[in-house]
Design a protein around this ligand. Structure first.
Ligand SMILES: *Cc1c(COP(=O)(O)O)cnc(C)c1O
Length: 369
């Protein structure tokens, strides 16, 4: 699905001397690379504050803590997402309220959000799934109307740009109150282990987030709120600085691979290629097709036999997970259920070669036709 080894070969000559330097100085925690990366990511995203942390799941958890949500508060989120988005809501004693996604974009359905609002609703967590922005403008309008917070789960969307009807463009993760991202190795901007970050344009939230990520500490040994320990280490920050310079090139390589897939599949009526919304660029964290009148699971097995990896993101939606059974969720999400049977993600990374793309598309078409 990904080829991080070939990608590493291309940046090795910058990474190794940097690691050597960091290790020879034993600057592992809170080193200069962390601050430099934070500033460079702020510039790249066009956001006032970036606060690095240990992983994307922590970023989501810390964002809910920073907004001061209390047990019993309701948080509206799609069920069709990676479990981390929804798990942290329950972890903090909040109630996840699952809604449908738009079956074209795979992102949260705005009308469903509006219908799910109650007096207990405090926040909305849209997910920029597979690398395309959720439709943020109507969500901001709803949030404004009902006084709700928006936390963007930007783990798959880093680098994508959302266009408002005014023509203004903003990078995903910088539009809501807080944006959360992950630097897990396979993400579009991945490090060599775990990493994550939060971003916000609010000075007040930035102070709270920094404090929570550092044991609730306001100054040394003064702990004002209950927090956690969530840091990005200096080695990871160093790699991320090197890879941030390559990010737009990485995104371009993904988009080129996606264009090739699109051209090969677009005439086939059993394959629905990724929908391109008019309001967002697509950074193709995943290249995900929807299959019609094709046994998706048999195609998955067929490709495996041909040495072609493919993945089902996600086979079980959040509202059907045992971990949420105690909420007695009455929700019915037929579109989400249907998507879990239709989607298939094909290999997508920065190092796909023409002959690999040829082989993958030929074999997919062979099965489907
Ligand atoms: C990867 C991912 C996360 C979690 O990030 P980690 O760094 O693995 O904790 C959260 N949400 C989505 C949508 C993701 O893809």
């Amino acid at each position: 699905m990904v080829d991080l080894v070939s990608q590493y070969e291309k940046i090795k000559s910058s990474v190794l001397p940097l690691f050597e330097e960091i290790m020879s100085k034993a600057q592992f925690i809170n080193g200069p690379e962390v601050t430099a990366f934070q500033n460079e990511l702020q510039d790249y995203l066009g956001v006032k504050h970036v606060i690095p942390c240990a992983n994307g799941t922590d970023a989501l958890q810390i964002s809910l803590m920073a907004l001061g949500l209390k047990p019993g508060d309701e948080v509206i989120t799609p069920s069709f997402t990676y479990i981390a988005t929804t798990e942290v809501i329950a972890l903090l004693g909040l109630k996840p309220v699952f809604v449908e996604v738009d079956p074209n974009t795979f992102c949260i359905n705005t009308d469903a959000v509006r219908k799910a609002i109650t007096t207990k609703t405090k926040a909305i967590v849209p997910v920029h799934l597979y690398g395309q922005s959720a439709d943020m403008e109507p969500l901001l309008k709803i949030a404004n109307e009902y006084n709700l917070f928006i936390i963007e789960d930007n783990a798959q969307g880093i680098g994508a740009e959302y266009a408002f009807s005014s023509g203004l463009k903003q990078k995903t993760g910088t539009i809501g109150d807080i944006g959360c991202t992950s630097f897990f190795p396979s993400k579009n901007l991945g490090c060599f282990g775990d990493g994550g970050a939060l971003c916000t344009n609010s000075d007040d939230l930035a102070v709270k987030i920094r404090m929570i990520a550092n044991h609730g500490q306001s100054k040394k040994y003064h702990h004002d709120v209950v927090g956690c320990n969530s840091r990005l280490d200096n080695l990871q920050a160093g790699v991320l600085r090197i890879k941030l310079r390559e990010l737009d090139g990485y995104i371009y390589a993904r988009q080129q691979a996606a264009s090739f897939y699109n051209a090969a599949f677009k005439e086939n009526e059993k394959i629905e290629i990724p929908f391109q919304s008019e309001y967002s660029s697509h950074v193709f964290h995943q290249y995900t097709i929807k299959l019609k009148d094709v046994n998706r699971d048999m195609l998955h097995e067929f490709l495996k036999d041909k040495n072609i990896p493919s993945m089902i993101y996600y086979p079980i939606p959040a509202h059907r997970q045992k971990m949420f059974a105690h909420f007695n969720l009455a929700c019915e999400l037929p579109q989400t259920d249907q998507l879990t049977h239709q989607v298939l993600s094909l290999p997508m990374h920065t190092e796909l070669e023409q002959d690999q793309l040829d082989y993958i598309t030929q074999e997919v078409l062979k099965f489907v036709n």
